[in-house]
Design a protein. Structure first.
Length: 143
């Protein structure tokens, strides 16, 4: 597993924990690193993504809600919601990473941690967000 993939997975897990426990992100991050180890670079990337996404939750959740046609935001499964939060954060704030990489990584995380329909749901929502925030064309992926 690559460094960026590992950082994304750690960031997702921290976001999920903060979402489920309603604990402050600083407390979640501190507790997370008490039981996990990784390189300083991977840890820094994970912390930046988790804290960044959590710090911009209002705008990120609004973007997800607008792109989730036929789904109310509060009905989105917790795993999918937090994979989407991380992917949306990256699409908005990390212009140096190609959209396809961000979406593909999110789809793989949804496949690993979510339900059977999670990958296609995450792909569709992030594709809609990508078109809005990055102005890129529709992508096709076998999710």
């Amino acid at each position: 597993m690559g460094r960026r993939t590992k950082a994304r997975e750690c960031a997702f897990q921290m976001l999920y924990q903060a979402d489920m426990s309603r604990a402050p992100i600083d407390q979640v991050v501190e507790a997370f690193w008490r039981v996990r180890t990784t390189t300083d670079l991977t840890r820094g990337m994970a912390d930046r993504m988790a804290r960044g996404a959590h710090g911009d939750l209002e705008a990120i959740d609004a973007a997800i809600g607008a792109a989730s046609t036929h789904w109310r935001f509060d009905r989105i499964a917790a795993v999918d919601r937090n994979v989407l939060r991380l992917g949306t954060f990256e699409l908005i704030h990390d212009k140096s990473t190609p959209s396809a990489v961000i979406i593909d990584e999110a789809v793989e995380m949804a496949r690993r941690f979510g339900e059977a329909d999670s990958p296609s749901f995450v792909n569709g929502v992030l594709d809609a967000i990508m078109r809005k925030v990055r102005g890129e064309g529709k992508r096709v992926r076998g999710a």
